[in-house]
Design a protein around this ligand. Structure first.
Ligand code: 5RP
Length: 227
């Protein structure tokens, strides 16, 4: 079985009847959502899902997972999602799918966060393989790029592959800058600085959720919990 599939199925075992469940975006989260759909149909599991993106909502609907809008719930029992990088302290980079703003809402609102990845996502330090995606209001893009450069980052506007000319436009109508930082950046300082930069809607550094996170890692030997 594909390692992304095995962690998706494993995470779905943690979902109990009556839960409000945060649904992630991406290929690994897709396995989780499909398994939830199966359990709803075959085991009569009663849950309400909260979507992290348009792609996630479309998938949840097609799999028969009932959705409630994020602004109609007070809290989420369990949020399950993939990540692009995971460091030993369970810090994450997310946002390859440009869904990190919706995803961070769920990470904030949940009691428990299960991160589902394969071994290839584990890094010794964040930024080793993947840039930090930053969602910017279109009108603020030049200003934001200057601000990012002042922090030592190199922003590159994310372009849409095939199907559409020009940039990727997020579910919120914004642009995505993929930002690399040379050397060994102070990620906590960069997190705070990006949060304080006008025009930035959100970004893919998830540093504040480790205490409520469990990282499930799909590997050739099976699924293990990151210690
Ligand atoms: C989307 C995300 C995804 O969770 C992340 O990119 C992992 O995706 P995949 O499971 O396809 O590797 O952050 O914005």
């Amino acid at each position: 079985m594909d390692h992304k599939q095995s962690v998706g199925l494993e995470a779905a075992k943690h979902v109990k009847d009556g839960m409000v469940v945060g649904l992630g975006t991406g290929s690994t989260a897709t396995f989780f959502i499909r398994e939830l759909g199966r359990r709803i149909k075959e085991e009569n599991l009663g849950i309400r899902g909260v979507s992290s993106s348009l792609a996630c909502s479309l998938l949840a609907r097609s799999e028969g997972v009932p959705l409630v809008p994020p602004d109609q719930i007070d809290r989420i029992d369990l949020y399950v999602d993939g990540a692009d990088e995971v460091d030993p302290a369970k810090g994450l980079i997310k946002g390859r799918g440009a869904a990190m703003v919706g995803e961070k809402l769920l990470a904030e609102a949940c009691d428990r966060f299960i991160v589902i990845v394969d071994e290839g996502k584990l890094v010794q330090r964040l930024g080793a393989k993947f840039p930090v995606p930053v969602e910017t209001m279109p009108a603020a893009s030049t200003f934001v790029q200057r601000g990012i450069a002042a922090l030592g980052g190199k922003p590159v506007l994310r372009l849409a592959p095939g199907g559409k000319d020009g940039p990727v436009v997020s579910d919120n109508g914004n642009l995505i800058l993929d930002v690399t930082f040379a050397g060994t950046p102070d990620w906590n300082a960069i997190d705070a600085a990006l949060n304080g930069l006008p025009g930035v809607v959100g970004h893919g550094l998830f540093l504040r959720y480790a205490s409520k996170s469990t990282v499930l890692v799909g590997s050739p030997g099976g699924v293990r919990v990151l210690a």
